[in-house]
Design a protein around this ligand. Structure first.
Ligand code: IPE
Ligand code: IPE
Ligand code: MG
Length: 246
């Protein structure tokens, strides 16, 4: 499933670009360790890689890009590392804020932002509001996101409606569940990429990935570039998607 490292370009079909790509951006810490740098330097390099990938996705005509930036489990890390990630996020939101007005990129956050610092929450809401009319690429940033937590929150909303008598158990279809997730209205990802050689989901988009294709690469997230992205898309285009049929 891995392609030769020396391969430099991939002949991708521009007529068959996945409309939604989701990425588990992993390996920042190992990237820093290899260079004897602090972990936060890896996160900074990771944020820079993301900026480039956003432009690349835009150029390739991807409609939705969902990136796993901070999981509900990542709070278990040292306070120093969590603070460094949050500071980067602050900076990123500020810079993004300046730039996004010039391009056609929309930004949304998935996850429970109530646990984030107030100023970060405010920046997120502001950017979501100001970019909501943009209709190019939509970037969904998963922050304090966990697939199980997202389902739990959706179930709570449904249970409240049932308790109020506005929802019957038989009304709970798959569509109703999808509509109560953070990704409501967004098509499921066709392609999920995970960097850094780990081959697990780590609580990402559990409901939405039912029929996604997976691309795992040893490349560490800060090194993931346009060629890596095209490699993943090439891999996707050469898969046969069956959806349970023959
Ligand atoms: C991914 O890189 C970024 C976050 C989870 C915030 P890691 O920090 O997990 O990097 P490794 O896995 O330790 O190399
Ligand atoms: C998944 O990476 C979460 C993000 C990329 C934000 P982790 O590094 O936290 O996942 P595990 O611990 O290897 O499963
Ligand atoms: Mg990791």
């Amino acid at each position: 499933m891995f392609f030769q490292k020396e391969a430099k370009s991939f002949d991708i079909d521009m007529g068959n670009i996945p409309s939604h790509i989701a990425i588990i951006m992993d390996g920042n810490g190992r990237w820093a360790k290899k260079r004897a740098l602090p972990r936060k330097a890896g996160h900074k390099a990771g944020a820079e890689a993301l900026e480039k990938i956003i432009s690349d996705c835009r150029e390739l005509g991807v409609k939705h890009l969902t990136v796993y930036a901070f999981s509900t489990e990542n709070w278990k890390r040292s306070k120093e590392e969590v603070d460094a990630i949050m500071d980067l996020l602050r900076q990123y939101l500020k810079n993004y804020f300046k730039r996004f007005l010039q391009d056609d990129v929309r930004m949304k956050v998935i996850g429970d932002i109530r646990r984030l610092d107030k100023d970060i929450q405010e920046s997120i809401l502001e950017i979501e509001e100001l970019s909501k009319e943009k209709n190019g690429l939509c970037v969904h940033i998963a922050l304090n996101y966990g697939g199980r937590d997202e389902l739990r929150r959706a179930i709570c909303k449904l249970a409240e409606q049932a308790a109020q008598g506005t929802l019957r158990a038989s009304d709970i279809t798959e569509e109703v569940i999808s509509a109560h997730l953070d990704t409501a209205g967004v098509p499921d990802p066709e392609l999920v990429i995970r960097t850094s050689g780990e081959e697990r989901i780590s609580n990402f988009l559990l409901w939405q990935i039912a029929y996604a294709e997976f691309f795992f690469t040893d490349t560490l997230w800060p090194d993931f570039d346009r060629t890596s992205l095209e490699e993943a898309i090439y891999y996707y285009q050469n898969r046969e998607r069956r959806f349970g049929g023959r």
